[in-house]
Each structure stands twice: as structure tokens, then as C-alpha cells.
Design a protein around this ligand. Structure first.
Ligand SMILES: [Ca+2]
Ligand SMILES: [Ca+2]
Length: 150
């Protein structure tokens, strides 16, 4: 009998005997990342809040716990910047960061801008941690599609 197998048997025996809590194997940690950039709002880009809000960046939390976004920043390639307010993305959920104005609600945040941010040809979305280090980025370079799955 190998040492590993012996240890496993001993652990199992300990559990049966005393209900000892054995540390479970670490789960796939997951991450918080840019999931999608919908950069070319449907239809003509003539402004208007509903058109601005159809342009968005979707951020996903694939971890097993809620994640607080407060203090994170989202930037485009030319330096437009959005600082996240207090907002928790639930485990496994996403939040849409809309370009236009609106009231924060479950699944929706708003940059509050009066014009588009994400270029329709090419751009780069970068998500920074509160301390300033990069959490994730997503680049695109195509006018043939309206969004990028990152
Ligand atoms: Ca755009
Ligand atoms: Ca458009």
C-alpha cells in the first residue's frame, strides 16, 4: 500500500471516527473579468440616452462569492475613465456598465456620459483594481461585428 493511499484511508477513518473537517480541495477560483464589449450601439449612432446605453461593457464574476467593484476603474484606449461605485456582482453573475445616464440597479451601472465611449472600429477596454494594477483588458479591431466576446 502506497503512502498516499495509506494517508487517504487514515483521513477517511478519521472522518468516520470523529467528524473531523478535512480541508476540501480548492475549487476552481474563477475571476472577475471583462466578458463582453458591445461597442457599436444598434442603429445609427445619433446619440440619445437609450442609444448610449445600448453601448456597454459587461463584467463577469465567475468566482463563488460576491465581488465588490467599488474603486475599480474602467478605461478606454483614449483615457475615458469610469470609477465604480459600491456595487457587488453576485457569484456567477454579470453587470453591464452602460455608457449613458441611468440609475444603478441589479445588473446595471451607468457611466453617465453624453456621448459614446467605445470606438466602433477598434479600442481597448481595461479594468483596473482599486490599487491601480490591471485586472483585465479586452481589445478589438473590427467594424464587421458590433461587439466582442472577450
Ligand atoms: Ca461605439
Ligand atoms: Ca451603431
Amino acid at each position: 500500500m502506497s503512502r498516499i493511499r495509506t494517508a487517504a484511508v487514515a483521513t477517511a477513518a478519521a472522518c468516520l471516527a470523529g467528524g473531523v473537517l478535512v480541508p476540501t480541495q480548492a475549487q476552481a477560483a474563477g475571476s472577475v473579468y471583462i466578458y463582453k464589449v458591445y461597442y457599436d450601439s444598434p442603429g445609427s449612432d445619433r446619440g440619445g440616452n437609450s442609444s448610449l446605453n445600448a453601448e456597454y461593457v459587461q463584467i463577469k464574476n465567475s468566482t463563488g462569492a460576491a465581488f465588490q467593484m467599488q474603486g475599480h476603474t474602467l478605461k478606454d484606449a483614449s483615457g475615458h475613465k469610469y470609477v465604480f461605485p459600491s456595487y457587488k456582482i453576485s457569484a456567477g453573475k454579470t453587470v453591464l456598465v452602460h455608457t449613458g445616464k441611468g440609475t444603478k440597479s441589479a445588473g446595471h451601472l451607468y457611466m453617465g456620459r453624453g456621448w459614446y465611449v467605445w470606438n466602433n472600429d477598434k479600442d481597448k477596454a481595461s479594468l483596473y483594481k482599486p490599487g491601480g494594477s490591471l485586472r483585465d483588458s479586452c481589445s478589438y479591431n473590427s467594424t464587421r461585428v458590433d461587439y466582442k466576446m472577450c
